[in-house]
Design a protein around this ligand. Structure first.
Ligand code: G
Ligand code: G
Ligand code: NA
Ligand code: MN
Length: 253
């Protein structure tokens, strides 16, 4: 996946690759899925987090190409894991403009059927910011994905606007409590109160709640006590290459 091969520019700008971070069911300790996270292997700077890359890509047609590549990579990876006897669910992140047309829904449907991957194995994470840009078109795309059977998670919950509206109007399966609240839980009573309320609210609406940014056992215990469903964070594992995940799973079990 050489970025320059996608027409981004001349010279060696490096490669993109996907890392995967496990998500753990808090009641059973089982691995319920992974989040796919883009990484940029830069020729001089080494492995770069995607924030900068995505900020730049979002200003051009490059984001569309990046997202197409992410969907292709993740669905193919799910098929590879399944063939190796590891049945996983993977969540991938999408950007604002990816949802403004139905193209991504077409691509996902085509890829799933081509690789024989169940829609239940794929999930999309969208941010509240993404929804704000053009709510009607975004809703249309999300509804199509929901009909295909691809679940939608609302990412970074609590940091955006009109959160309650989104919870009411969108066909969501999951809410991810923003890591800024989770990180502070064990040391800050306000953060802990916010996380507990989100868990209660989402739970009452029948949504699955995932806490991201779980870095230690104290936080894990608080989440357990609060009835949170799923945890993700460095306490369990950092995002890792696909090849490492199989080894990690074998050791974890
Ligand atoms: O993994 P990391 O913490 O570096 O991710 C930084 C940010 O980049 C996060 O907000 C994450 O949602 C976003 N991100 C990671 N991978 C992707 C991707 O494949 N597509 C999009 N649109 N955003 C991504
Ligand atoms: O999509 P989102 O913005 O939620 O991306 C999740 C980001 O959080 C990724 O960049 C990932 O690398 C990062 N991350 C995952 N686990 C932890 C953690 O335990 N602590 C912190 N600080 N960041 C984490
Ligand atoms: Na995410
Ligand atoms: Mn998030």
């Amino acid at each position: 996946a050489v970025i320059s091969g996608d027409g981004v520019g001349g010279g060696d700008v490096g490669e993109i690759t996907m890392y995967y971070q496990p998500q753990i069911a808090i009641d059973t300790g089982e691995v319920v899925g992974v989040e796919a996270l883009l990484r940029w292997r830069h020729p001089r700077r080494g492995m770069v987090d995607p924030e900068e890359l995505i900020r730049v890509a979002e200003q051009s047609a490059v984001m569309r190409l990046l997202t197409r590549r992410v969907v292709d990579d993740v669905v193919e990876q799910l098929a590879k894991w399944t063939a190796a006897g590891v049945k996983l669910r993977a969540a991938l992140n999408v950007s604002v403009r990816d949802l403004h047309t139905g193209e991504i829904a077409d691509q996902i449907a085509e890829r799933l059927s081509r690789y024989g991957v169940s829609p239940a194995q794929l999930q999309l994470e969208i941010t509240e910011g993404a929804l704000m840009a053009d709510p009607r078109r975004v809703l249309a795309t999300i509804s199509r994905l929901d009909k295909i059977g691809v679940a939608i998670a609302l990412d970074d919950f609590g940091t955006g606007y009109s959160s309650m509206q989104h919870l009411r109007r969108l066909p969501l399966a999951e809410v991810k409590v923003d890591r800024s609240f989770v990180l502070g839980m064990a040391s800050d009573a306000d953060d802990a109160a916010i996380v507990r309320s989100v868990i209660e609210l989402a739970g009452a609406l029948g949504l699955r709640v995932v806490a991201e940014g779980v870095e230690d056992e104290a936080t894990w215990r608080l989440l357990h006590a609060a009835g949170c469903h799923v945890a993700q964070g460095w306490f369990f594992a950092r995002p890792m290459p696909a090849e490492d995940l199989v080894t990690w799973l074998a050791r974890y079990r």
